[in-house]
Ligand binder design. Sequence first.
Ligand SMILES: Nc1nc2c(ncn2[C@@H]2O[C@H](COP(=O)(O)O[C@H]3[C@@H](O)[C@H](n4cnc5c(=O)[nH]c(N)nc54)O[C@@H]3COP(=O)(O)O)[C@@H](O)[C@H]2O)c(=O)[nH]1
Length: 728
Amino acid sequence: MSRLPEPLGQMDHLLSHTLDAAELGLLWLDAQGYVEFANETFLRWAGLTTSVWRGMEVTQCIELTPQQQLALLNPPARHAKSQFLSLAPSGQRLMVTSHRLGLPGAPALALLLSEPQNHSEHQIIDALQREILEAVALGRPMQQVMDLLCRRVEAIAPDVVCTVLEVDDQGCLRPVAAPSIPAAYGQALDGLPIGPNVGSCGTAAWRREPVEVKDIANDPLWTPYKELALGYGLAACWSNPIFVSGDKVGATFALYYREPRSIAPFHRHMVEACVQLCQVALKHEHNKRQIERLAYFDNVTGLPNRTLFSDRAEQTLHMATRQEGQVAMLLLDMDRFKTINDSMGHAAGDQVLAKVATRLQATLREIDTLARLGGDEFVALLPGCCAHDAMLVAEKLHTALRANLPLPEFGIAELRLSGSIGISTFPGDGKTLSSLLKSADIAMYEAKRTGRNCTRYFLQTMNQELDERLRIESALRVALSAGHLQLHFQPKVHLQNLQLAGVEALLRWTDAQLGPVAPDVFIPIAEECGLINALDAWVLESACRQLAAWHEAGVAVPNVAVNVSALRFFQDDVAAHVGQLLERYQLAASQLTLEITERLLLDNAPQARSQLQALDVMGVRLSVDDFGTGYSSLSYLKQLPVSELKLDKSFVRDLETDADDRALSQAVISIGRALNLSVVAEGVETTAQYHVLRDLGCEVAQGYFFARPMAAADLPNWMAQSSPDRAF
Ligand SMILES: Nc1nc2c(ncn2[C@@H]2O[C@H](COP(=O)(O)O[C@H]3[C@@H](O)[C@H](n4cnc5c(=O)[nH]c(N)nc54)O[C@@H]3COP(=O)(O)O)[C@@H](O)[C@H]2O)c(=O)[nH]1
């Protein structure tokens, strides 16, 4: 009998003897977990002598996981008793039942210890489940949980050896836990593809059902691997697939015996519980990985997202600062990606982004980071890269992007893309991530502005231009809401009889601080900052109101033409707005012309196309502005409801002297005649131009030669003075 704390009463002696006689161990612990008393049975199991146990920590007496230790010493108020499996230092397996005593002047805890075989299957499996689920709930890594499970099972059933093997996305086995199997055996299994004859585990994963091999030496499933298993003393194996999502096998749980035999009934029940526990642990791990992926990776392209990129970039800049190194940042924005989304649908757009990401990634080095910042914007961070080399990388990115990108799933054999790239370098263009990104963004914007499909370095002067644009943007917002914008109107005249064919409404803005700002300057800014819809809507309504006012006043203006930005056809219901205005101002649809760009027609996006068709059905005239300056394909003229072509002023300017311009103008006029479209020549400034155009058969013209754009109030006067009899 070991020493008992003094004074040990008669009843305590009696209790201790009774427990020894019943082969039950007893440990009394103080509130800090130090041993106050251990009975003979426990000392024997633990391999301790009577002289060393007093004052030992409980963890030196039995194996406890950190959470078990915590739960033991600080149990939740409602848990006065708990039960779990453990091991004594000697390797003796133990079922531990802890009781919180709560008696004044007595030990705080009593641990009753017994051999697991003295407990019911139910109690053992219950304790196992509780311990493993607790480890999962506490977020312990999957490998540790599986390892704990195997070790606990091997403690309960000393004649078995356990393994958990994961099945990776390529269908290969990957050992997760095999604590009692030599490392060399685990290495031999690592990467083995599952199949119809791949031992017990590979076959169970393949067949999606448990596989019991009673004799490895003679079972055909093991033929290629039996020497390996037998060499490590493994003679029988029962393996179970673990399903993670639907019918996908994510792992296998196996029990090996050291002699040929079939599975024992208790082991069968225990394995059933283990399979469920593995499933919980695997699903938990799967969800954890999914959450990590969502938090750090873009789910369309699989590239790092902004959060992960920022993290890596901060580290790279930190290193570069310490080592006085260089870093380049390339910001790439795809050109007109919105058109792809609008015309081909978002699924196709996502597919394009994913393919583009793979291509861009392939052009970079391993140490570079490519991320998707959102939309169609990618960023590449190139450690140790100077400005000159960054330009070479940018060229490679352009080449990758421009190569044909077929999308057979969407019936598209050829898709040509391009992008605009801005480059900033550390430390010259910024010492922090945000300043470098801002500089690259400004440079990228400059690349967009100067024609797209190109690269620009960041320059300090771009900062001033950006400030200027921001000033214009904010002043324009004020002007629009405060009614400080104005419309001017420029006459269009029939060249044969000089009668007024109509007027073009042109926006004018004079700001108190900025002075007069040209539409060429503020319209692109309005398009970029999203003001264009409101601006164009205001112009459309003001032009209709003015035309109605002229009619009311008896001023015979046959038609008003309004410029509509292509963007508005994607973001707004132009046709519905026009319908409302025609009704509100009692105008005939034929009295309104919308001037649109060739680009809008060429993009042929369904949304824009249906609006153009609705306008045509109403009877509104559609005019192609700056015709001939952009693109070569003319087939859209046959397919889309166009009524008018505006011959760009660049062809008109040198008509008298340049034979090519004359030939091109003649060609446009012939196209108009062939397709029954009227042709309006723009920018006519001289008598000679007027005569040439008239002789070429052009019907209508507009330009300073006839009249500059003027305020609405001046038009009646101009009309009175420039009667058809007036010789220009
Ligand atoms: N979306 C909208 N765009 C608009 C609107 N108002 C104008 N604009 C577009 O801005 C560009 C520049 O317009 P503006 O400075 O008004 O120049 C127009 C005329 O003033 C100019 N013009 C006319 N005659 C002559 C000439 O003989 N010589 C010469 N050098 N220039 C002349 O041409 C411009 C008219 O262009 P267009 O629209 O192509 O007929 C311009 O692209 C406008 O479209 C608006 O409300 N919304």
